[in-house]
Write a protein that binds this ligand. Sequence first.
Ligand SMILES: Nc1ncnc2c1ncn2[C@@H]1O[C@H](COP(=O)(O)OP(=O)(O)OP(=O)(O)O)[C@@H](O)[C@H]1O
Ligand SMILES: [Mg+2]
Length: 257
Amino acid sequence: MRKIVIKCGGSVLDSLSPSFLQNVKSLKSEGYQFIFVHGGGPDINKMLELVQVQSVFVNGLRKTTKEVLETAEMILSGKTNRMLTALLQTSGLKALGINGSDVSLLQGTFLNEKELGYVGSIENVNTEFLQNILALQIIPVITPIAMGVNGVKFNVNADTAAAAVAVAIGAERCIFVTDVPGIKIGGEYCSRIEVEQINSSILDGEITGGMIPKVKSAISALEEGLNTISIVSGKSGFYDGQNWLGTEISNRKELQI
Ligand SMILES: Nc1ncnc2c1ncn2[C@@H]1O[C@H](COP(=O)(O)OP(=O)(O)OP(=O)(O)O)[C@@H](O)[C@H]1O
Ligand SMILES: [Mg+2]
């Protein structure tokens, strides 16, 4: 079965377009299976402001103390996941929200404890569970909280989590749905970008903030065998019937064909 992993940014959850949902429905009816992973940056920021905890980002990753982790999980699992799952469900798709720490779905470890606290990297994904859910024609909607040994939980950047799930499940494509139509370089959105150009654009300061975890996760997922990652706005569709929209980051092998 052909699979697509969609990462839905917290930045665009409130404004997902009808054509986005239409794309999911029509590709599903063509036989694609979907797995969703969601972010929740703006809602987490709002809640942290409310409880007067400062948000600190290092290269686009949220520094995560115990308190930030608890707030992030509460918002992601209790609000953002609920919203997206309900939206899919009311759009006529069967969706099941699940926390990444349940059923060992996302198993993680510290990415860099000293600099980032409880930010996780993914070590393993329970693909058997995902396959079982997909076989029921249900779309899993994953909250990017991972579980480590001894029950330690991790806040995993949602782009990182989506890319890891895409690699593990053997997805044909991973789509990062965000609030901009792709990667902007030199004032223009590009339809395709290569790994070398990404690295130089980070150094030049053209790719910053929340775009950094996207391109970095894309690069490592491509190295691990994923074929294509695209970055696209959720305010429009991601597929026009023939072409995938947004900025595509492809495996070099495919580029040479
Ligand atoms: N070169 C670039 N091209 C396009 N966007 C860029 C670039 N560099 C930085 N960005 C920023 O990246 C942002 C998208 O990442 P961001 O983390 O804010 O959203 P998200 O990942 O969709 O949401 P969430 O983090 O809640 O899941 C854009 O809104 C834009 O401001
Ligand atoms: Mg982000």
